[in-house]
Design a protein around this ligand. Structure first.
Ligand code: PBG
Length: 333
């Protein structure tokens, strides 16, 4: 028999012995109000098509999407963010369909307003879902990359369409320099000073967006997005620089994306900016857990909750997650 070592009067396990006490001591809690629900909206009526790489996630027509969002709103989810899925035949190099006031995103926004769905309506601002080449804006003449300054006025037009249709927030996701400033000016000039800007400020060129590009049919047809999205190999300073730039230009909230593999970035940006921080648990993060669970390798519900707790613990105020429908079943009311 060996004598107890000197530090054994101190036993952290004592407080882990009783489940109710563990519950009382937990510091991070998830509730439906922490979540923004992504929704893929497409043409037609009564359409609900599952995305093959994202089990339980659907492309929906406006009617189906509005019914679904109405149910989630009743359960207390904070907001939805809408992405348009359009027929490839309607895509062109300029992404003109993005500026059509009759497109599916504008129609969903109007429908949500007319039904008075009690959730904040956020619209994703980008052109990749509408351009034939799949890049996030107008290309330069030599096709080498997106033309930043030629894309900005079009982003403003897209934002004004969405604001008129009922968007409460617009979310530029294309990583164009100066987008937040241009949007703020444009919205204010058109008397939409109450429409807020959630900027995808810190968005990495990530392989984890694969399933989304499948869902939104928005994969680049050539090249990649590295000439506008951030390099995962750069450090924290660039993330802070991007977030601070957007706050200075008038961003009401900033986003870090992806979330799970970038918890260090979330924590660092959280320390530096005082506006609310949104983290986007992206399609690939979701698909990985779903795929492992399907193989019986993970307990899906437990892994989903743990992944989201980690994102909140790192400092996210709100989380965009494809697990929202699951949470509507498993989180306590
Ligand atoms: C761009 C946009 C993308 C996502 C959200 N907005 C894709 C991209 O940059 O290729 C990805 C989200 C996800 O993977 O869940 N409009």
């Amino acid at each position: 028999m060996s004598a107890p070592s000197a530090d054994l009067p101190i036993r952290p396990r004592r407080l882990r012995l009783h489940a109710p006490l563990r519950g009382g001591l937990s510091e991070v809690r998830l509730s439906r109000g922490d979540f923004i629900v992504p929704v893929f909206v497409r043409d037609g009526s009564n359409v609900k098509r599952e995305v093959s790489s994202m089990p339980g996630v659907f492309q929906m027509s406006v009617d189906v999407a509005a019914d679904w969002l109405g149910e989630l709103a009743e359960q207390g989810f904070a907001a939805f963010i809408a992405f348009g899925v359009i027929d490839p035949q309607r895509k062109d190099p300029a992404g003109s369909a993005a500026l059509d006031e009759g497109n599916v995103v504008c129609r969903l926004l109007r429908e949500a307003k007319s039904r008075k769905i009690p959730m904040a309506a956020i619209s994703d601002l980008c052109f990749c879902e509408y351009t034939s080449h799949g890049h996030c804006g107008i290309l330069k003449a030599d096709q080498s990359t997106v033309d930043n300054d030629a894309t900005l006025p079009r982003l403003v037009q897209q934002a004004l369409n969405h604001a008129r249709a009922g968007a409460d927030l617009v979310a530029p996701s294309g990583m164009m320099d100066g987008a937040v400033g241009a949007l703020r000016l444009g919205l204010d000039a058109a008397k939409f000073s109450d429409v807020a800007i959630l900027s995808y400020s810190v968005k990495y060129a990530s392989a984890f967006y694969g399933p989304f590009r499948d869902a939104a049919k928005s994969a680049p047809q050539f090249g990649d997005r590295r000439s506008y999205q951030m390099d995962p190999a750069r450090g924290i300073r660039e993330a802070i620089y991007e977030a601070e730039l957007d706050v200075r230009q008038g961003a009401d909230m900033v986003m870090v994306k992806p979330a799970g593999p970038y918890l260090d970035v979330i924590a660092a940006v959280r320390k530096k900016v005082t506006v609310p921080l949104v983290a986007y648990q992206v399609s690939g993060e979701f698909a990985m857990l779903e795929a492992a669970a399907k193989n019986g390798w993970l307990d899906r519900d437990a892994a989903a909750i743990e992944s989201l707790l980690a994102i909140k613990r790192a400092g996210a105020d709100l989380i965009i997650s494809y697990f929202a429908p699951l949470l509507s079943k498993i989180l306590p009311r």
